[in-house]
Design a protein around this ligand. Structure first.
Ligand SMILES: *Cc1c(COP(=O)(O)O)cnc(C)c1O
Length: 456
C-alpha cells in the first residue's frame, strides 16, 4: 500500500469525470455571474484542516457555490475583453496533459512533448512567412511573451551598440500598444520612444517623423508593433515598419496576442502579411486560436539569439546543455523567462492536428463576419451608432446620449439577466460599448437581443 494521497480513489475519480463530462457537453455553457453572485466565503471557513474533508462534498461545494461565481469565458454570450473559447478537443486533451502530469521543460525530460509543441510553433511560423529555423516556446500568456521577446531585443540592441550607454537604449512603441508592453519595458528598465499614431494605427510615417524629431534617434534599438490592438482590433503598418526595421538593423517585435490569429482568416490575410518581417512574434492560442488558458506562442526569427539570453545556468542543469546536437536539444525553458513548465502547448497542438486547418480558418472568419454584420445592424438602428469601422472582430459603438454610469449599469444588468457579458470601454476619453467576437457560436440573435437591451 502506498501513501493514501497517491492512491486512486475510484469514487472521486468517477465524480470528477462525471463533472467534466457534464461541463464539456453543456451546449451552450451557462454564462454565470462572476462577482454578481454572492461568493460563499463562509463555506470556505475551516476547509483547510489537519484531517482533510470528504472530496465529494467539496466538489459539490465547488460546483454549486464557486463555479457559478465565475463568468464563463467560453460562453458565446461573452463578448467582453477578449473571450476564450477552447475547442472541445483542446479541452479534452488538456485533461490528458493534467492527468499525465506532463512536463515540458527540457529535451532530456520531454522530447516527445517538445517535438509536438514545436510542430505547432513551426506551423504558425511558416504560416506568417518566417524562414525555416524560426521557433521558440509556449509561455503562460502574451505578457510574459512580450517581456521575454523584448529582453532578447534589448540584449541584441546592446551588443549592436557597445558605443552607447545601455540605459539610454529605447524601443519605439505606439501609444496604443498593450499595457503589457509598457510593463515589460518598465521591468527591463528601458524607456520607450512613445509615438502617438494617426488614428491609433502606427505607421512608417509616424515612426519616421518621431525619429526625425528626436534628439537621439540612434538610441532606438527596436520597434514594437501590434497586430490587432486589444481595444479596437487595429493592425499597425506591419509591412512598412517591418521592412524599415530590417533595413536599419532594428529589432522588430510584433504583439499579435489577440489579432495574430488573423493569419487564419481569408479577408484579413493581406493586412497581416508584414508579420513575415518579425524578429519576434507572439500570438495567444488562448485567445483567438481556441486553446485553453494559459497558452501563448512565442516565436523568434533566430531562436539562437533567445537561447543565448534566456538559458538558465546552474550546476544541476548543466546536463540539459552539455549533450549532443544544438539543433535537436531543444529546451523550451531556454527561450523565455521561465524554467519548469507544463506542456501547455499540447492541447493546442492536438486540436490543430485533429480539427484541421480548414476548421480554424472558418472559425476565425466567422467572428470577423459576425462583427461586420453587427456593425451593419448598428448602422440601421437609431439609438446606437458606430464609433469607428470594424477592425478584425472588434466593434466599437455608442448608445446615443448615455453616460459612463449608464453603460456600467447596463453592463451589470445584462449579466444579471444572463443575456450577455459586454463591458464598456474608453475611446478617446469617451465611455462607449464594445463587442469582441471570438466564439463561432455567437449568433446574430444574441447581438439583436443585446442591442435591444440598450433601447431604454
Ligand atoms: C491580451 C493581450 C496581451 C496580454 O496577453 P495575456 O495573455 O493576457 O498576458 C498583450 N497584447 C495584446 C495585444 C493583447 O490583446
Amino acid at each position: 500500500m502506498g501513501h493514501p494521497m497517491f492512491t486512486y480513489d475510484t469514487e472521486l475519480g468517477e465524480a470528477i469525470f462525471a463533472y467534466c463530462r457534464e461541463r464539456l457537453t453543456m451546449d451552450p455553457v451557462p454564462l454565470d455571474y462572476g462577482s454578481l453572485q454572492d461568493v460563499a466565503v463562509n463555506g470556505l471557513e475551516g476547509l483547510i484542516s489537519q484531517e482533510g474533508h470528504d472530496p465529494e462534498s467539496i466538489l459539490k461545494f465547488f460546483k454549486e457555490q464557486l463555479a457559478t461565481a465565475v463568468v464563463s469565458i467560453d460562453s458565446p454570450r461573452f463578448l467582453a475583453f477578449i473571450p476564450n473559447a477552447p475547442t472541445k478537443s483542446s479541452l479534452l486533451f488538456d485533461m490528458v496533459v493534467a492527468c499525465s502530469g506532463l512536463n515540458g521543460t527540457s529535451w532530456l525530460e520531454s522530447a516527445g512533448v517538445v517535438v509536438a509543441e514545436n510542430q505547432a510553433l513551426e506551423y504558425l511560423a511558416s504560416r506568417i512567412g518566417l524562414p525555416e529555423g524560426a521557433g521558440g516556446c509556449f509561455v503562460s500568456g502574451g505578457s510574459i511573451g512580450n517581456l521575454s521577446a523584448l529582453t532578447v531585443g534589448r540584449d541584441v540592441g546592446r551588443s549592436r551598440h557597445p558605443d552607447l550607454a545601455p540605459h539610454t537604449l529605447r524601443f519605439a512603441i505606439s501609444g496604443d500598444a498593450h499595457s503589457s508592453v509598457g510593463s515589460a519595458l518598465h521591468v527591463l528598465g528601458i524607456e520607450p520612444l512613445l509615438i502617438e499614431p494617426d488614428d491609433h494605427r502606427l505607421t512608417l510615417e509616424n515612426l519616421r517623423a518621431a525619429l526625425a524629431a528626436d534628439p537621439h534617434p540612434e538610441t532606438v534599438i527596436g520597434v514594437v508593433a501590434t497586430c490587432g490592438t486589444t481595444n479596437a482590433g487595429i493592425v499597425d503598418d506591419l509591412e512598412g515598419l517591418g521592412s524599415f526595421c530590417r533595413e536599419n538593423n532594428l529589432w522588430f517585435h510584433v504583439d499579435g496576442a489577440y489579432g495574430g490569429a488573423a493569419m487564419f482568416s481569408t479577408s484579413e490575410k493581406e493586412r497581416v502579411a508584414g508579420l513575415r518581417h518579425a524578429d519576434s512574434f507572439i500570438v495567444d492560442p488562448h485567445k483567438w486560436l481556441y486553446a485553453p488558458l494559459d497558452c501563448a506562442a512565442l516565436i523568434y526569427r533566430d531562436p539562437r539569439l533567445a537561447r543565448a539570453v534566456h538559458t538558465q545556468k546552474a550546476g544541476y542543469l548543466d546536463i540539459l546543455h552539455e549533450t549532443h546536437d544544438e539543433e535537436f536539444d531543444w529546451n523550451p525553458s531556454d527561450f523565455a523567462i521561465h524554467l519548469s513548465r507544463r506542456a501547455r502547448g499540447l492541447p493546442f497542438w492536438f486540436s490543430l492536428v485533429t480539427e484541421g486547418i480548414g476548421n480554424y480558418e472558418s472559425a476565425v472568419q466567422t467572428s470577423i463576419d459576425a462583427a461586420h454584420r453587427a456593425a451593419a445592424r448598428i448602422e440601421e438602428l437609431d439609438h446606437v451608432e458606430m464609433v469607428r469601422p470594424v477592425s478584425l472582430s472588434v466593434v466599437l459603438f455608442r448608445r446615443k446620449g448615455w453616460t459612463a454610469e449608464q453603460y456600467n449599469e447596463w453592463s451589470y444588468q445584462l449579466l444579471r439577466d444572463q443575456v450577455a457579458f459586454v463591458t464598456p470601454t474608453k475611446w478617446e476619453g469617451e465611455t462607449i460599448a464594445r463587442f469582441a467576437f471570438l466564439h463561432p457560436d455567437t449568433t446574430d440573435e444574441m447581438v439583436e437581443e443585446i442591442l435591444a437591451s440598450m433601447r431604454d
